[in-house]
Design a protein around this ligand. Structure first.
Ligand SMILES: [Cu+2]
Length: 164
């Protein structure tokens, strides 16, 4: 699938930020350090950290978004090359851009994550897009997404589902 058709697939469901990508910015919450498969607020693995992951509730077949902060705590830089999840037909990295008065979103291909750097996925900003959910996501559920990096590392993160 080309990037153009990927964008079209997303745009057909959520072109305007009135759905999964909208809403007000959320603060991060406190949490314990855990491993890559827990629901704790911080996931750390091989020098990569995922802080305060969460996902918006949505019905099966719909699109939604996952938010979190990714940090590279190693001396070497890296870059995010993709994201995947078994919870949706497709999973994309998206950014939000203003076109005139309208907030739209488009796929991101590769995101630099320098040493000591971080990427903040947030409402109205970059986000992980879950396209056509296989099952509904209701508050209290969790959804797993896996981030792939140019270094060959992968980081699996389990995000709690909650209303924004
Ligand atoms: Cu999106």
């Amino acid at each position: 699938m080309t990037s153009r058709t990927i964008f079209a697939a997303c745009a057909s469901g959520l072109l305007l930020l009135t759905g999964a990508c909208g809403g007000s910015e959320q603060g991060t919450s406190e949490g314990d350090v855990g491993d890559a498969t827990t629901t704790s607020d911080v996931t750390t693995m091989t020098g990569l950290s995922a802080v305060a992951p969460w996902a918006r509730p949505a019905d099966a077949g719909k699109n939604t978004a996952v938010y979190l902060e990714l940090a590279n705590t190693r001396p070497e830089g890296d870059s995010l090359t993709g994201v995947r999840s078994a919870a949706a037909e497709r999973t994309e990295l998206h950014e939000s851009v203003m076109e005139g008065e309208t907030m739209r979103m488009r796929p991101m291909i590769g995101v630099a994550l320098p040493s000591g750097g971080r990427i903040v996925f947030r409402p109205m900003g970059p986000h992980v897009m879950l396209l056509r959910l296989r099952d509904p996501l209701v508050p209290g559920d969790t959804v797993e997404v896996t981030f792939d990096f140019a270094s060959g590392r992968s980081l699996a993160v389990r995000a709690g589902v909650r209303a924004p």
